[in-house]
Write a protein that binds this ligand. Structure first.
Ligand code: GDP
Ligand code: IMO
Ligand code: MG
Length: 426
């Protein structure tokens, strides 16, 4: 069966950490969408590592890691990621497989991302500028390149044709650029990537699934509120970050999906532009950012911070069919006397609702809060949820009841070991 772990907010919920924690239970860990816009942080044995395209099961020697067809892959960043993994002596020939159908990010995609953001000026998306949007656009408009194409003798011709199309767009944007150096690095990276397992990953996954007892974990990137269909459009990424993306992004049938882990921070963050109803622009938000070290894993940008938002979580749980919740970074809330939970929004006409409006961007949403007491104590060393402060248990119980979904894991620190598992208590 396939289990899914995906973010319920605007990304950076802690997916990398929990995939690494769960990976020993799975034979296969697979990324199904996104690309190097993701930054998934893992910490163990005093080491910290950020992965962008490589699945977060890579440190577990018994896991097979698959970069699925739904991913957009940058070979230059791939090479850098592999180089950074050198100290770990990983045998990639046995543990890493890449779909030939992944869409290829070429250097001019990154330029197009930059040109498009520049043209948008104040209305910019706040993209990570990794070329994600232009690459998915080329895929959908059926002119993109796929990883498998690099094995074909006509690859250079196909590449030139695409670059010519990009140059015309860049001229239209009146964007100044120099491609020469990046192109050289790109072609070196392509030679490098040819040394890895480039496969029809849909067969690999389904053959594994056909073996009794084999479990696959699909690792989401970004978060449900950045989904291209359901997120706060246009301030979204260009893929389906929700559970539906797993079937198209890996080639598995919906009937194979079992558990859906929905992961969220015990508060909320967003990096980049776009609506964020519970955002705190005051000292409380700044304290959250400092305590939670809320700076982007991919771009280093400060993350916007705010209280947890139930209408958005309910929406994400509904879209994904979440069966279990994973609550992250509760330790960060230990500094606050009181903790707020947004239960509803008040619309401009006074209506109170817990549903998201069609246009989150242009509809002013005033959060309606309940306030719960904080626990104001360190959680270090607590390994059993029963020994957690009563106020934290009450906070968890409140969320479980409101969200009608059990919180089965609670994370109290960045390290692999700071993860508490608990039985559902609904
Ligand atoms: P991802 O993109 O969902 O994998 O999340 P990121 O790695 O971008 O961001 C999560 C950040 O929070 C990373 O720096 C993690 O090391 C850190 N982190 C994860 N879980 C916890 C936790 O329970 N407590 C604290 N304080 N930090 C955590
Ligand atoms: P992980 O997997 C947080 C945001 C960007 C921007 C918008 C579009 O680490 O959770 P894009 O580069 O896709 O064109 O950017 O989406 N974004 C993320 N925010 N975590 C991520 O990934 C993100 N990937 C993209 O900041 O607002
Ligand atoms: Mg991240």
């Amino acid at each position: 069966m396939v289990d899914i772990l995906l973010g319920l907010q605007w990304g950076d919920e802690g997916k990398g950490k929990i995939v690494d924690v769960l990976a020993p239970q799975y034979k296969v860990v697979a990324r199904f969408q996104g690309g190097p816009n993701a930054g998934h942080t893992l910490e163990f044995e005093g080491k910290k590592h950020v992965l962008h395209q490589i699945p977060s099961g890579i440190f577990r020697p018994d896991s097979i890691n698959i970069i699925g067809n739904g991913v957009v892959l940058d070979p230059i960043i791939f090479k850098k990621e592999i180089d950074a993994l050198a100290p770990y002596n990983i045998d990639f020939s046995k543990t890493l497989f890449i779909s030939k159908k992944t869409a290829l990010i070429i250097p001019s995609h990154r330029l197009l991302d930059a040109a498009s953001e520049k043209a948008k000026a104040e209305a910019k998306i706040g993209s990570t500028l990794k070329g994600i949007g232009p690459t998915y656009a080329d895929k959908i408009s059926r002119q993109g390149l796929r990883l498998g194409d690099i094995l074909s003798p006509s690859f250079k011709d196909k590449y030139q044709k695409l670059v010519e199309a990009h140059r015309r767009m860049l001229d239209f944007y009146q964007f100044e650029y120099d491609l020469a150096e990046a192109e050289q690095e790109f072609f070196r990276a392509l030679e490098f990537i040819k040394g890895f397992n480039l496969v029809e990953s849909e067969y690999l996954i389904n053959k594994n699934l056909a073996e009794p007892g084999t479990r696959v974990l699909a690792e989401g990137a970004q978060g449900s509120l950045l989904d291209v269909d359901f997120g706060s459009y246009p301030f979204v990424t260009s893929s389906n970050t929700t559970a539906a993306g797993v079937c198209s992004g890996l080639g598995v049938s919906p009937s194979k999906i079992s558990e859906v882990y929905g992961i969220f921070k015990a508060y909320c963050t967003r990096v980049g532009s776009g609506p964020f109803p519970t955002e705190l622009l005051d000292d409380t938000g700044e304290r959250m950012r400092q305590e939670g070290r809320e700076f982007g894993s991919t771009t280093g940008r400060p993350r916007r911070c705010g209280w947890v938002d139930l209408p958005t979580l309910k929406y994400s749980i509904m879209l994904n069919g979440v069966t279990q919740l994973v609550m992250m970074k509760v330790d960060v809330l230990s500094i606050f006397d009181e903790i707020k939970i947004c239960t509803h929004y008040e619309l401009p006409d006074g209506t109170i609702t817990d549903e998201l409006p069609y246009d989150m961007t242009d509809t002013p949403l005033k959060p309606v809060y309940v306030t719960l007491p904080g626990w104001k104590q360190s959680l270090d060393g607590i390994t059993d949820f029963q020994n957690m402060p009563e106020a934290l248990k009450a906070y968890t119980a409140y969320l479980e009841k409101a969200l009608q979904t059990p919180v089965t894991f609670v994370s109290t620190g960045p390290d692999r070991s700071a993860t508490l598992s608990r039985k559902p208590e609904l």
